[in-house]
Design a protein around this ligand. Structure first.
Ligand code: AHR
Length: 483
């Protein structure tokens, strides 16, 4: 049986809470809501790295593996922070042989700690047939994943000797499972998804269960594909994301859902979402988002890791277009506990959401040009905290789903979302002094420079207005909790 691993949230949240409590006030210059002293990541996090798996290990460090454009090697990045992965040295831990078995394309490695030993699961072709893709397992003879020595344990054994890729491991109720993509004899698809408990790192403890076959229109664009599985548990449900269709702009995420207490080895425990949950966005200029993994930021907040391109049209085979960049964004859950993936947020600062301290379950969002506090689609509540257009020491809030439109404090006190007209007046009206929350220092408040203490405030009726802060109620309405 697998010893109960630290739940990803409990471990990290505990550590982060301790660090955060020590620095209860967000320091000026820090993106609000970030753990003090931690630089927030920007997208793309790592250029030209597809199929990225990022996780925070119980050593407190972030590890990352991914496919490289040359498909010829396995490399690991390690950093104390998520943003640190961007500049972290990439340590090559294995290279494909010049010829023979495993001498073909090398795809989608995943680093896993199994009972204190490091393993890498990856797909490899052969030099005489690079697409003869099977899955193999490397084992580390030491304790340092970047130091090795790495030895080939062998091929990951499944019932069929067919196209096998994108293996991931997941511990559920103390048992370790493998989930992978494979072509099954007799089924006319490129790949389907399978699940089985592990007996050893390369062998199954039971025949695999076929979880999904690509049949829906959005799953079979270009190729009939279900691949790149990733699992996350939340409030008693197990969510399994996967990627579908060709690896161009039609690539997208699908979702399977099971009750976490169900027998997850029963195919009928899983329900497939009829529509994709994460797709190309022409608004934010991210195309073909997919092959995701899940991790947490330094404060223990859930993150979605995925790749995507900055452009839609591709010359030639998308598989050999190198610009699937690694991206991250916060993963949110609806009140009913289901994940809301929203849209791929685009290049630049990772956006935040802001809930007034006097209405903590609702968020600031734009409704057309109006700024309100209330319910609506996730993207309308996501704002990028950018350096202030009026200069140092201020921030400007740009709407993720309306690039170039900023939160503007008009002279009369109305707060609107407006397009940048390039004028100095506009720059002043969209630049705010970010301070620790007036009623809760773990939050943030936005003062209007030179206004004699006026702040952005949640006003009566769910509007947002600029106004003075004279009492505790004002302070609460001028404090925003960041998520
Ligand atoms: O990126 C290489 C392969 O392409 C990955 O293994 C798969 O998820 C994708 O289709």
């Amino acid at each position: 049986m697998v010893p109960s691993l630290l739940n990803r949230r409990s471990f990290v949240a505990g550590a982060a809470a301790a660090m955060f409590a020590a620095h209860a006030t967000a320091r000026a210059g820090q993106p609000a809501g970030s753990a003090a002293g931690v630089v927030a990541p920007r997208n793309p996090l790592v250029p030209q790295r597809a199929d990225a798996r990022i996780f925070k290990h119980n050593d407190g460090l972030y590890y990352m593996t991914a496919s490289v454009p040359e498909y010829d090697r396995l490399a690991i990045r390690r950093a104390p922070t998520l943003a640190g992965l961007a500049a972290a040295e990439e340590t090559v831990v294995w290279r494909r042989p010049a010829s023979g078995k495993l001498g073909g394309y090398i795809w989608a490695p995943e680093l896993h700690d199994i009972d204190g030993r490091w393993y890498i699961y990856f797909a490899a072709g052969n030099s005489d047939d690079p697409f003869h893709i099977r899955t193999y397992v490397l084992r580390n003879g030491g304790r340092d994943a970047l130091a090795g020595p790495w030895e080939l344990m062998g091929q990951f054994e499944t019932p069929w000797d067919t196209f096998t890729l994108d293996s991931t491991l997941y511990v559920h109720r103390g048992r370790r499972y493998a989930c992978w993509a494979q072509k099954e004899p007799g089924i006319d698809t490129n790949s389907n998804l399978y699940l089985a408990p592990l007996a050893t790192p390369t062998t199954l403890a039971a025949p695999p269960t076929r979880l999904t076959v690509p049949t829906l229109p959005w799953e079979i664009q270009g190729f009939k594909v279900a691949e790149g599985p990733a699992l996350i548990e939340h409030r008693g449900k197990l969510f399994l994301t996967y990627s579908a269709s060709a690896t161009d702009a039609r690539y997208c995420l699908g979702l399977l859902t099971a009750d976490a207490e169900a027998d997850i080895m029963r195919a009928d425990s899983w329900t497939k979402s009829p529509e994709p949950v994460f797709v190309t966005s022409d608004v934010t200029k991210v195309y073909g988002p997919g092959h995701n993994s899940f991790t947490v930021d330094e404060q223990g907040r859930d993150l979605l890791v995925y790749h995507g391109r900055d452009y839609e049209s591709i010359e030639g085979d998308p598989l050999f277009d190198p610009n699937r960049h690694t991206r991250v964004q916060r993963l949110y859950f609806r009140p009913d506990g289901t994940p809301d993936f929203g849209i791929p947020v685009g290049n630049g600062e990772v956006p935040d959401r802001f809930a007034p301290a006097d209405a903590r379950t609702r968020f600031v969002r734009h409704h057309g040009a109006r700024l309100i506090v209330g319910d609506g689609p996730l993207p309308s509540s996501q704002f990028r905290q950018k350096p202030g257009l009026a200069g140092t020491g201020t921030v400007s809030l740009e709407a993720v789903d309306a690039p170039g439109r900023f939160v503007q404090a008009q002279p009369g006190g109305a707060i609107v979302l407006a397009a940048n007209d390039g004028s100095p007046a506009f720059a002043r009206q969209v630049s705010f002094e970010r301070r620790p929350g007036l009623s809760d220092p773990s939050g943030v408040s936005f003062a209007l420079p030179g206004s004699g203490g006026r702040h952005l405030r949640h006003a009566a009726g769910g509007a947002l207005r600029a106004g003075p802060v004279t009492n505790q109620a004002d302070r609460a309405s001028a404090t925003f909790l960041v998520s």
